[in-house]
Design a protein around this ligand. Structure first.
Ligand code: PLP
Length: 423
């Protein structure tokens, strides 16, 4: 029996013994097509020679140096590259080891900003229901996935909560998408008023909702109104692009398509493409300047922040994406993928909705297409879909049946950017 505490302690997992491009092969020689990118991680596919070479070169030079003693050229180069391609106002990068760490760091940066700037009474975050921001305590607290939160709720900080932007289920038949965005903006405004605008630190949201709802993009104007409301009240905007960022939706950052810039943005997954554990917070100049002028430090830190081999992997991934113009490929392959998804499943009686952007797609499964009635959670449909897909040699990312008890099942598809039409 395995000594590892695996995600599930029931059943056994196949061993991954080799991987190449969009495929992973198990110990019995069975090949799986990676259509989830390891939950939207593997953007370049597996064993990309440029990334492996960059990691080897870094290991041969400096494999590790603690960041309280040294910086490394590779970490500086990665930060320069990320800032050069970041939304307006972003001037700095805090390098961590993954998505949850990035969210934790962003929450603390936001809080410290107000301590530094003389507003220590700001102590409340506002976030959305049916969201996922990671599994560490701060990230879990702002996250709105009840199944993940439930048993830990007594040890989580209180968070102000608003509705997700989830047009398929929540936009009224009498509303335009813009009117729906406006209704959600009014809800945010009312929640801020209820908490007290001067007590709110930040609004936290995934630009395109990933794991909890299944690739749900915002409706038109939603983030513009959110940005405007946050600005008016001096509240920071934290965009969680851990899953939807770094090219997944066809632009490097999903916020580009919303025409806004956040104050802090968490990125991970596609940043290092799975070659190394790495995430980052992209921070606005105003925040880091406040730290510089004030205490002179960001009061945080982990042993592996700015890890040079992780930075080398991420820098190589980003260089390949730019050199091979892979964002164009995400748009083109994404359009093809959408066409195929709609042609294959668009009329299926149990497919309620198909939505997404770029190479980030969600298919919502329902018992009744007309009423949008979800399948009974007890059916554990997501587990059955996953098992059937693995049997057929396909890695996809089905979830659901547990979200607020009745919000439904969906299958997330996020293949590597290098996928061919034939695959
Ligand atoms: N935020 C979002 C939107 C995510 O999808 C995830 C992971 O799926 C996280 C944060 C947490 O990232 P990690 O699993 O790397 O800690």
């Amino acid at each position: 029996m395995s000594k590892i505490v695996h995600r599930s302690l029931r059943g056994t997992l196949p061993f991954a013994v080799s991987a190449q491009g969009v495929h992973i092969t198990d110990h019995e020689g069975k090949q799986y097509i990676d259509a989830s990118g390891g939950a939207a991680v593997s953007c370049l596919g597996h064993q990309h020679p440029d990334v492996l070479a960059a990691m080897h070169a870094q290991i041969d030079t400096v494999a590790y140096a603690h960041t309280s003693f040294f910086t490394t050229q590779v970490a500086e180069d990665l930060a320069d590259t990320l800032v050069a391609n970041a939304p307006a106002g972003i001037g700095h990068v805090y390098l961590v080891s993954g998505g949850s760490e990035a969210i934790e760091a962003a929450l603390k940066m936001a809080r410290q900003y107000f301590v530094e700037t003389g507003e220590p009474d700001r102590s409340v975050f506002i976030a959305r229901r049916q969201s996922y921001h990671g599994n560490t305590l701060g990230a879990l607290a702002v996250g709105g996935n009840e199944w993940r939160r439930k048993q830990f709720a007594p040890i989580l900080i209180d968070v102000g909560r608003v509705s997700p932007c989830y047009a398929y289920r929540d936009q009224l038949a009498t509303e335009t998408p813009e009117q729906y965005s406006e209704r959600l903006a009014q809800e945010l405004e009312a929640t801020i008023a209820e908490i007290g605008a001067k007590r709110v630190i930040a609004f936290v949201a995934e630009t395109v909702v990933g794991a909890t709802l299944g690739a749900v993009p915002p409706t038109p104007g939603y983030f513009k109104r959110v940005r405007e409301i946050c600005d008016r009240h001096g509240i920071l905007l934290i965009a969680d692009e851990v899953m939807c960022g770094m090219g997944r939706t066809g632009t490097l950052h999903a916020v580009e398509q919303e025409g806004i810039a956040p104050d802090l943005m968490a990125i991970a997954k596609g940043l290092g493409g799975g070659y190394q554990p790495i995430g980052a917070v992209l921070a606005s100049t105003k925040i880091v300047d406040a730290f510089r002028k004030g205490s002179g430090l960001f009061q945080h830190g982990h042993t592996y922040i700015g890890h040079p081999v992780a930075a080398a992997a991420a820098l190589a991934v980003q260089k390949v994406i730019a050199r091979d113009k892979l964002l164009d490929q995400v748009k083109a392959r994404g359009a093809y993928f959408e066409k195929k998804l709609r042609a294959t499943f668009g009329n299926h009686p149990n497919v309620g909705d198909i939505r997404g952007r770029g190479l980030f797609w969600g298919v919502e499964l329902v018992e009744d297409r007309a009423t949008k009635k979800p399948f009974d959670a007890a059916l554990k449909l997501h587990a059955k879909v996953k098992a059937a897909a693995m049997q057929a040699g396909l890695m996809c990312y089905p979830m659901g049946g547990t979200i607020d008890g009745e919000r439904g099942d969906h299958v997330l598809l996020a293949p590597p950017f290098i996928i061919s039409e034939a695959a």
